[in-house]
Design a protein around this ligand. Sequence first.
Ligand code: UDP
Length: 340
Amino acid sequence: MMNKEIEEIRRDIGAISKSIKEKNILVTGGAGFLGSWLCEVLVEQGANVICLDNLVSGLKANISHLMGKGNFKFIQHDITQPILFDEPIDVVMHLASRASPFEFEKYPIQILKANTLGIWVALGIAKKHKARFLYTSTSEIYGAATEIPTSEEYRGNVNPVGPRSCYDEAKRCGESYVIAYELQHGLDTRIARIFNTYGPRMRVEGVYGRVIPRFIEQALSNKPITIFGDGTQTRSFCYVTDQVEGLLKLAFSENAKGEVVNIGSDKEITIFELAKLIQELTNSSSEIVFEELPKDDPPRRRPDITKAKTLLDWKPKIELEEGLLRMVKWFKEKGKRRVR
Ligand code: UDP
């Protein structure tokens, strides 16, 4: 299934395909959920990919099928520590960071470091090699947004001392680093503000799961589906292939230099509706239970994606139901592999 999806992305990136071939590309966090998808498309496009990951949240299994390829190199390394490359590098993509709310409590210092010290090292590499720089920022920089849909102009409503601050403020600082390197050193930079994204290779195990893998796992094992709060909070979920297409278009379009772009779905759904939908699609007999809402959980999230549509000729194509069915299928296959 995933091979077909990689082919779909390659088809949909269209005109920028040519600018990827034979480029030397460094992907930090390349063994993570999005990083591994990006690495795979880049490798198939004929780029030379160096994948850096410290494997504390990325998984070697996500990239094991790329290991034997002549144009793929994996280095286990923590990007907060300096690293030198002798080979040329044309593009640096900085994805390295834990991104799950459960990790905000457990690893706040590492999250801060990945987006401050880590981005400083990554930008230093880009500066030395005169490489282009893509930073994967987040909708979290908007905090509990008071403007919905939220456009790139919105400046944010973030609690600097709340439980999510390690991620929100680190990513805001990361963006600031990017702008500083652009201003001071004339780097070619692009910032993607990624909204909720889901799909195969998202971590599922226990507490680290985001809402969609958690609900699917709960539904498939007929365990209670745990809604936090009353479920009226909303998110807008983007399927991974759409997200990866958007990131590649932002990274490789000639007209996107210096741009900050929201990438995500603009179809908003409540968490209660999401739970019901997953229950239905999996024919689950799970009951729905309500647990305490985490502090500072944003009440609504939906991007304004006008800029991505006009600048990058990009829009999400996979409807939520279709994406969820694909993910359920992946879960079932993964389950079978684990049993064997
Ligand atoms: N959520 C939930 N039950 C869960 C996990 C998450 O109701 O088991 C809610 C969470 O409170 C939030 C939304 O689902 O409102 C999305 O959570 P996620 O962890 O995926 O990421 P977020 O969008 O909050 O960064």
